[in-house]
Design a protein around this ligand. Structure first.
Ligand SMILES: [Zn+2]
Length: 249
């Protein structure tokens, strides 16, 4: 079975800690440089305490609040995402069949890369961290926004969320202001410490790993997360194939 809520996956993982509030030696789960899970990483001591359990449950609840059910394109109906990316009603000009310009009031939003304002139905929803070659960068990205990596987020959305981890109050994000179709930002490198779990992150993932399918389910829930979905116009979304950021140690 797979879980459709991180809180349920965590609940069943916690049932595996059935000796009470003590320190457990668990199989240590970490990440390799290529974003794949490292399941043969030795052992980690995890203190199961009421305070720590409260923190783990809070992380799972945040993952659930940020998850988009029904597929990533459904994010266009999410009020938090719409506010974050500035969906608003504006006049849009059309030529009609009499060759006259008419204006219609429609929901529009800017491409987050170049800023062109388009009707929301013409905007594409992109996974900022896609799933490829079995990498879990999208999962680590969400954990980073919750303070579970060695170094914190550098993107505006992750920093906003870490500073105020309540998805309902995220302020509007300005677009990046790049030229339309400019994807050179994907050719840079980023510090691997952004993608390396800190001790608390290792504990959280190692606890989830206790119950069959719990970790896999939570990973999947993070792929379609408000924090991983960005609105782009077609040129800004279409020029990215084959480009991936490099990571430096
Ligand atoms: Zn664009």
């Amino acid at each position: 079975m797979s879980y459709n809520k991180a809180s349920c996956a965590l609940r069943d993982s916690l049932k595996c800690l059935n000796l009470g509030y003590i320190s457990y030696s668990l199989d240590k789960v970490g990440y390799n440089f290529d974003g794949t899970l490292n399941l043969k990483n030795g052992k980690v001591n995890v203190l199961h305490s009421p305070k720590q359990e409260f923190r783990w449950r809070a992380i799972a609840d945040q993952i659930d609040k940020l998850h988009i059910t029904g597929g990533h394109s459904q994010v266009k109906d999410n009020s938090i995402w719409k506010k974050l990316y500035q969906v608003d009603k504006r006049q849009v000009s059309y030529f009609n069949k009499n060759n006259t310009i008419v204006n219609k009031l429609e929901d529009v939003m800017p491409c987050h890369n170049c800023g062109v304002i388009l009707p929301t139905q013409m905007i594409q929803v992109d996974h900022q961290q896609p799933q490829k070659n079995f990498s879990d960068y999208y999962f680590i990205k969400i954990l980073r926004s919750m303070g579970l990596t060695v170094t914190g987020p550098t993107g505006a959305k992750g920093k906003l969320f870490l500073a105020s981890p309540s998805p309902t109050v995220l302020p509007p994000l300005p677009p990046r202001g790049r030229d339309t179709g400019d994807v050179t930002y994907l050719k840079g490198t980023t510090s691997f410490n952004k993608w390396r779990l800190n001790p608390e992150g290792v504990e959280f993932v190692s606890v989830l790993n206790l119950h069959a399918n719990a970790l896999e389910s939570v990973k999947t829930l993070c792929r379609d997360s408000i924090l991983n979905l960005v609105p782009l116009c077609a040129p800004c979304n279409g020029n990215k194939s084959g480009l991936t950021k490099g990571y430096t140690l």
